[in-house]
Design a protein around this ligand. Structure first.
Ligand code: 0O2
Length: 211
């Protein structure tokens, strides 16, 4: 099929650009309120044409079905400080009026065999073009910084091995993913303990302040 990729991908680029601005704005709002924000940073990309072609072959997605069957032509990634923040971000996104969650994949509770962890929301997003509105699919991946660290490195190594890691490397990557998850859990525990100490200190001050 002779496709004008620039034209085809334009609504996806617009979607990624708009969502990056909106979600980064959300981060600033928490900052202004001086509240703990569940978003550390946001990135986004339109799937490169060569990756689209490879995925359409490996997943047997015909090129005339890309719009409906390739969910991640537009991709947004939200990185959270703590594991608990992930579900908070999921709720925030589900309550938004400018997108509709149509499908979710919880690779946090059900990590992939590779060790990959992330929460994926497949959403419909209406994008305004010159003379029409087009609803496109966008995949929003939500993960912690540690999950992102693991996934980024594993992904870049994947290119080297073209998806087929030798078994000893596969095992080490699975162990590394587990260590990353333990780190996330430890950071959450530390945070809870600090919160508790601060709460007790506040009560102590209030109590003694009244005497
Ligand atoms: P890229 O280069 O990130 O854009 P499915 O048919 O639903 O099983 P699908 O459509 O691949 O398969 O969906 P899935 O499994 O939810 O994965 C979509 C994306 O999640 C991938 O996009 C990756 O970004 C990420 N991902 C999934 N599994 C892994 C993994 O084991 N390691 C890493 N690093 N990332 C993963 P793409 O298409 O691979 O490409």
């Amino acid at each position: 099929m002779d496709r004008n990729w620039e034209n085809f991908l334009l609504p996806y680029k617009q979607t990624v650009d708009e969502l990056k601005v909106k979600l980064r704005g959300l981060r600033s709002m928490y900052h202004l309120r001086k509240e703990h924000g569940p978003i550390e940073f946001v990135t986004g990309r339109v799937k490169p044409v060569n990756s689209i072609l490879v995925k359409s072959q490996t997943r047997k997605i015909p090129l005339n079905k890309l719009e409906t069957d390739m969910e991640d032509l537009a991709g947004i990634r939200i990185m959270c400080p703590f594991v608990e923040d992930i579900l908070e971000v999921v709720e925030i996104l589900k309550n938004r009026k400018d997108l509709k969650v149509v499908f979710e994949k919880d690779y946090i509770s059900n990590e992939k065999e590779s060790g990959y962890r992330s929460y994926h929301l497949i959403c419909e997003y209406p994008v305004q073009l010159i003379d029409e509105e087009k609803v496109v699919l966008v995949e929003i991946q939500i993960r912690t910084l540690a999950m992102n660290f693991w996934a980024s490195i594993e992904h870049s190594l994947n290119y080297k091995y073209q998806g087929e890691f030798p078994s000893h490397i596969k095992t080490r990557l699975q162990k590394a993913a587990e260590s990353a998850f333990q780190l996330d859990e430890e950071m959450s525990t530390i945070r809870d303990e600090i919160k508790e100490v601060r709460k007790n200190y506040r009560y102590y001050k209030e109590d003694y302040g009244n005497r």
